[in-house]
Design a protein around this ligand. Structure first.
Ligand SMILES: [Zn+2]
Ligand SMILES: [Zn+2]
Length: 105
């Protein structure tokens, strides 16, 4: 049985939620360490590693849950943008639909 955990991000020192779903995701991958950074800092670190220009990052509110997240593109107004958790959920639900296009990381 897992529960949502509140963790402190080592980078921005803010509290973030290590959700039940994420914990299961970690478990499935055999990861035993707790995440050190919040989703936003993890994303920024990933973009830095990939050599993405951080100036291109846009802070957006997830269309579904309203969580603040960053995307490496300028979101267009008519397309929904999701945080990572919602994106993964939607992708799972749409796994058998070929028409689904990837828009988030
Ligand atoms: Zn952070
Ligand atoms: Zn969301």
């Amino acid at each position: 049985m897992t529960f949502d955990k509140n963790l402190v991000c080592h980078e921005c020192q803010k509290l973030f939620v290590f959700s039940e779903g994420e914990q299961q995701f970690f478990e499935q991958r055999g990861l035993t360490n707790l995440p050190k950074r919040c989703a936003n800092c993890r994303l920024s670190a990933k973009f830095r590693r990939n050599g993405e220009n951080l100036d291109n990052l846009h802070k957006i509110d997830c269309t579904t849950c309203g969580a603040l997240t960053v995307v490496p593109f300028k979101p267009s107004e008519e397309r929904p943008v999701y945080c990572r958790a919602c994106f993964m959920k939607i992708r799972e639900e749409a796994a058998d639909k070929d028409s689904f296009s990837e828009i988030a990381v």
